[in-house]
Design a protein around this ligand. Structure first.
Ligand code: HXC
Length: 284
């Protein structure tokens, strides 16, 4: 059964705005990543989904391609974002098969619940490697293609679309500190800092680089891990001023905004999509 649009994209966007553009996304088979990819493909883009698990990645690509007649969606498995060489090979294959890379989402992430006393140095490093180094590797592997895309599309097309946009996946834990998440807090703070430098170095080429920081998103592997431990779901929901957990669609809509012409002047910043949850997260 196909996934209804209401699960990955609101009705405000115009069909075709991303026609003739290509999305490259790491972690694109996950719950948030597949909603982001579905949304972009629905609106006209082709896509390359990058993942560690070949079977899961290829199955997700096949499923997402059903969103739009004629959509080309390629799943490239056996790619670990900790390996620059395998990411670069994936980026080169994406350009060879689909013609360009115009938009990038660095969505691959690792997480588990552990106090500092229960984290070995290698456990802390594992999350820094996947989240921070993985995001660095993703920007390094794709930046030449994003610069090309921005150069080829200096003005928005008829649908208002340009190219050369990078979005990383952040979190809000480092705004307040978060128990049992020291590794993720540190990794995501570094990602935000990295986006600032990318924006400064590549803004003059027409490239934009931003973070999207999701709050508690329903149905994700990350929240299953967090909420099934001492952070109970009901308590967490009460702590969100908007009164609900977020959905994968909330993050997909934010991604579409940043990649669309409406987000043209948004550069080097973090878009927090969390129902103002972080403003109370120290208190839950
Ligand atoms: C303490 C742990 C641990 C745990 C693993 N380790 N799980 N330590 N508590 N629960 C330690 C291991 O003992 C090892 O240290 C080190 O971490 C690396 O573990 P490996 O299994 O060898 O690493 P690897 O196979 O690379 O797996 C990485 C991983 C794993 C992060 C540990 O969970 C993973 O691959 N996750 C990807 C999927 C995922 O996490 N998705 C959720 C993302 S959600 P030693 O010292 O023994 O060698 C997300 C959202 C956050 O990020 C924000 C929410 C708002």
């Amino acid at each position: 059964m196909s996934v209804p649009r209401s699960e990955y994209l609101s009705t405000v966007w115009k069909d075709g705005i991303f026609a003739n553009r290509v999305l490259f996304i790491t972690g694109g088979a996950g719950s948030i990543g597949s909603a982001q990819t579905r949304a972009m493909v629905h609106l006209g883009a082709d896509a390359c989904i990058i993942g560690r698990n070949a079977e899961k990645t290829e199955a997700a690509a096949k499923e997402i391609a059903k969103v739009r007649n004629g959509a080309r969606v390629i799943g490239i498995g056996n790619v670990d974002v900790r390996s620059f060489d395998s990411l670069k090979a994936a980026a080169d294959r994406c350009v060879k098969e689909l013609g360009s890379i115009d938009f990038v989402v660095a969505g691959a992430a690792g997480n588990f619940i552990a106090p500092i006393a229960g984290l070995s140095p290698n456990a802390f490093k594992a999350v820094i490697d996947i989240d921070t180094i993985g995001t660095f590797n993703t920007i390094k592997a794709t930046i030449p293609h994003l610069i090309d895309s921005a150069a080829r599309n200096p003005n928005p097309n008829e649908a208002g679309t340009t190219g050369g946009r990078f979005v990383s996946t952040s979190a809000t834990f480092h705004y307040t500190g978060m128990p049992l998440q020291s590794h993720v807090s540190a990794a995501k703070a570094a990602i935000d800092a990295l986006m600032g430098s990318v924006a400064l170095e590549y803004g003059p080429y027409g490239v934009t680089a931003n973070s999207i920081a999701p709050g508690a998103i329903e149905g994700t592997e990350g929240m299953e891990r967090l909420a099934s431990s001492q952070l109970d779901k009901r308590t967490m929901t009460k702590g969100v001023p908007s009164g609900r957990w977020g959905s994968a669609r909330d993050i997909a809509d934010a991604t579409v905004y940043v990649f669309s012409d409406a987000g043209n002047y948004v550069n080097g910043t973090t878009l927090v999509v969390d129902g103002a949850g972080w403003r109370r997260q120290g208190a839950v």
